[in-house]
Design a protein around this ligand. Structure first.
Ligand SMILES: C[C@@](CO)(OP(=O)(O)O)[C@H](O)COP(=O)(O)OP(=O)(O)OC[C@H]1O[C@@H](n2ccc(N)nc2=O)[C@H](O)[C@@H]1O
Ligand SMILES: Nc1ncnc2c1ncn2[C@@H]1O[C@H](COP(=O)(O)OP(=O)(O)O)[C@@H](O)[C@H]1O
Length: 294
């Protein structure tokens, strides 16, 4: 365990849950990665990464979902820290702390969000150019560039191409997960060529109902293969669709977390409380963008 200077500054960065409002797969590259088109938003729930200067790299993990990372010797937070130090050529290390609130391997990018939060925190701690973090991000995972940005965006390529999202209305989200991890590579493998191509989106939506109506015409192409791998996802989707006020229910990413779009944050918080208490469940609005965006 690394020693840390009690007087050294501690930099805290939020690692919000990523939600894919739709996720269409347009094809597969020769290296096996898939070409995606996705509208990504960040919910006001997530992990927290803290960093402070120390003589060695170390990571302490706490929080309700920390047990999901037991036995994980290659945590994305440490991988991000080492990769950033190497790319920036800094001879410095850091003691890192991860407060884990998001279920692991659940399609809301918890690991990617943690890696991005570590990049943001260490860029500030070491006072290095932001460009270094942007260069390192895609090496850590297809979702990490999007999580580094941290505000609503349109994701294309294999995830590394970030464009503007349509103008979004205020809306609420309910997230639900049975705490059954789903392996992303397995879901992509099961997709087996059932591609749907890129989507056409308007410049914006005036209200959540108009947004949900357009999104309903699009899909998460990974939903069917994820349900084949994990049939327990289907009743979660049904429970979300049946919530009072729900405008659309869908799976995020490669699953198994599913979401409902709600008219506003407070109706989402009330609706989440109606789901079984044994599930991981949350309701609210979108995350504030990072204070120091990269
Ligand atoms: C599916 C998505 C959608 O946002 O979300 P999650 O389910 O992970 O949250 C992401 O593309 C996941 O991003 P991330 O979790 O960073 O993926 P990586 O670690 O880079 O890749 C894990 C595996 O997923 C497959 N993969 C990932 C991204 C992509 N565009 N095509 C793929 O085929 C590959 O089999 C790869 O080996
Ligand atoms: N800090 C982390 N949080 C979550 N998962 C991590 C972390 N570090 C490494 N991992 C690994 O990354 C994998 C994907 O996790 P996660 O990002 O939570 O899921 P998803 O990509 O489905 O959204 C997990 O199975 C786990 O082995």
């Amino acid at each position: 365990m690394a020693r840390r200077d009690a007087a050294a500054p501690v930099i805290r960065e939020a690692a919000p849950a990523k939600v894919n409002l739709f996720l269409q797969v347009a094809g597969r590259r020769p290296d096996g990665y898939h070409l995606l088109d996705s509208l990504v938003v960040f919910a006001a729930v997530g992990d927290v990464v803290s960093a402070t200067s120390a003589p060695d790299f170390s990571l302490a993990i706490a929080g309700d979902e920390a047990p999901g990372l037991i036995g994980e010797d290659d945590n994305l937070v440490l991988r991000a820290a080492r990769a950033l130090a190497a790319a920036a050529g800094v001879g410095q290390c850091a003691a890192l702390h991860l407060e884990k609130a998001l279920p692991v391997a659940s399609g809301i990018g918890g690991g990617s969000a943690d890696a991005a939060a570590a990049l943001r925190a260490l860029t500030r701690l070491w006072d290095i150019p932001e460009e270094v973090a942007r260069r390192v991000a895609p090496q850590l995972g297809a979702d990490v560039p999007a999580c580094l940005v941290g505000h609503p965006l349109r994701m294309t390529g294999i995830g590394e191409m970030i464009g503007p999202a349509p103008a979004l209305p205020e809306f609420g989200l309910v997230l639900a997960n049975l705490r059954v991890p789903v392996a992303t590579p397995d879901v992509f493998r099961r997709l087996a060529g059932r591609f749907s191509g890129p989507a056409r989106l308007p410049e914006g939506w005036a209200d959540p109902a108009a947004m949900a109506a357009d999104l309903a015409r699009l899909s998460n192409d990974l939903e069917a293969p994820a349900i084949e791998s994990c049939p327990a996802i289907a009743p979660v989707l049904a429970a979300l669709a049946a919530l009072p006020g729900a405008l659309l229910a869908r799976m995020s990413g490669s699953g198994a977390t599913c979401f409902a779009i709600m008219p506003d944050a407070s109706s989402a918080a009330r609706a989440a409380a109606l789901l079984p208490a044994s599930w991981w469940r949350w309701g609210g609005g979108l995350a504030a963008p990072p204070a120091a965006p990269l």
